[in-house]
Design a binder for this molecule. Structure first.
Ligand SMILES: Cc1cc2nc3c(=O)[nH]c(=O)nc-3n(C[C@H](O)[C@H](O)[C@H](O)COP(=O)(O)OP(=O)(O)OC[C@H]3O[C@@H](n4cnc5c(N)ncnc54)[C@H](O)[C@@H]3O)c2cc1C
Length: 401
């Protein structure tokens, strides 16, 4: 594993830092710092999407012919880690990181021409319609049906936990187009216009009080056949391709590093048990901080190994499952430590919801404590979405045995 930067990579890093300095507004940084969800809501996230689009960096990981930047995996890592460190919001990944690469790889010429520019510009906002009430970890048991009728499919079923469906105008969905003995067969990948007749989005309010996820009902929704990606019945293969990017995308260690810095800010500012001294001076706190710091360093090393593998042309593979599992569990541990440090002072901010989160809580809580309780509660989902930890461990075990 080689992790020393070349002079060109140092220069690239400086370009990234200059861009972040000039284009990442204080309002967007603050929204990102105070957001409790996985993705920052529009309008802040959209403002950042626009800035990246205008710079030509929004789809940096795509093949160059479709608008990618041709960056090496080291450049990607530099960009991703510096952007996260500067508190740039994670761009909503459903278009840019998930369905975009699938359309580039498997989409028709028409789909590439029509959808890829709209994903790049942010004109289309996508959501992911995979999970159903009876199909999560066992995704291939999904029941949403698509029946061919002339030039359309008629789609009926029920999707759940659909992140940001209330903002989205497009959904990519897995649907069953035929019943086969092996349930992975007969699944197809469809692009559904959310304004079609028969689409109903019902909010699900999370334990933290946020509106981030939804249930989406599809009642006889007509979807043109030209919105079928690839071949009918081959959707499972495209979904597996997409899930590798979902688990292997980004630099999870950076999210943990940023969360750890937030934890340190709390420890440096919150009063401890010893009068006149802050929490950071207490021995048990220092021990907990040291353990978390060591785990973040270990994850950073693993992330660099991923970068090195990608540089050599390998796909994310099983390492994506290892990094996803360790990263999500470590993030939860840091968020829990932050809430423990704030104690009951971290609770009033819980009443805040959605775009109103920039309003101060009624109680006099310093800003470093506002998002702590919401982050901890929402963060409990990190070991569930994108594939639960138990499932990831099964994937890893299968690879190793
Ligand atoms: C906040 C959030 C956002 C999400 N966003 C989206 C989205 O945008 N689009 C989308 O399609 N889905 C989304 N999901 C759904 C997510 O992918 C599923 O919740 C996840 O796949 C788990 O499925 P499930 O909820 O049905 O739980 P289940 O599959 O019922 O699992 C319940 C528990 O049993 C364990 N378990 C299940 N099977 C096994 C097994 N074989 N071996 C060992 N343990 C097992 C699981 O690990 C878990 O702990 C989101 C979920 C959350 C919480």
């Amino acid at each position: 594993m080689h992790i020393e930067l070349t002079s060109e990579e140092y220069a690239f890093r400086q370009d990234v830092l200059d861009f972040l300095e000039r284009h990442l507004t204080n309002a967007v940084r603050r929204a990102s710092r105070l957001s409790t969800g996985v993705f920052v809501d529009p309008p802040w996230a959209s403002e950042w999407h626009r800035a990246l689009y205008e710079k030509g960096w929004i789809t940096y990981a795509w093949p160059k012919e479709y608008g990618g930047c041709g960056w090496s995996s080291v450049q990607r890592y530099i960009y991703e880690s510096e952007a996260a460190r500067s508190r740039a919001p994670a761009v909503s990944p459903m278009g840019v990181n998930l369905v975009g690469p699938v359309i580039c790889e498997f989409g028709s010429d028409w789909q590439k021409e029509f959808y890829l520019p709209r994903i790049r510009s942010g004109e289309d906002y996508w959501c992911q319609g995979f999970s159903e009430p009876g199909a999560g970890s066992d995704l291939s048991s999904l029941k949403t049906r698509a029946v061919r009728d002339g030039d359309d499919y008629v789609v009926s079923g029920d999707k759940i936990w659909t992140t940001h469906a209330h903002f989205a105008n497009m959904m990519f969905a897995l649907v069953r187009t035929s019943q086969e003995e092996k349930q992975q067969n007969g699944i197809s990948f469809l692009l559904i216009d959310m304004s079609s007749r028969g689409v109903t989005v019902k909010p699900i309010i999370t334990i933290a009080g946020d509106h981030e996820v939804n249930q989406v009902f599809l009642d006889d929704v007509r979807v043109p056949v030209r919105n079928l990606v690839g071949d009918e019945g081959k959707g499972w293969a495209y979904a597996k391709y997409l899930l590798e990017f979902e688990r292997g995308g980004g630099a999870p260690s950076t999210r943990c590093r940023v969360a750890l810095e937030g934890y340190k800010t709390i420890l440096r500012n919150e009063p401890g048990d010893i009068p006149g001294r802050q929490l950071i001076h207490e021995k048990d706190i220092q021990l907990r901080l040291g353990q978390l710091e060591a785990q973040v360093i270990a994850l950073e090393t693993l992330d660099m190994r991923q970068v090195s593998r990608r540089q050599a042309g390998a796909r994310p593979g099983t390492t994506a499952s290892i990094v996803k599992t360790l990263g999500s569990e470590l993030l939860q541990a840091i968020e829990k430590a932050s809430l423990d440090a704030m104690g009951s002072r971290g609770l009033p901010a819980l009443k805040l919801q959605g775009p109103d989160f920039l309003v101060a809580p009624e109680a006099p809580v310093p800003e470093h404590g506002w998002a702590v309780a919401g982050r901890h509660l929402n963060g409990l989902a990190a070991t569930i979405f994108g594939g639960a930890s138990e499932i990831q461990r099964e994937i890893i075990a299968k690879e190793l045995t």
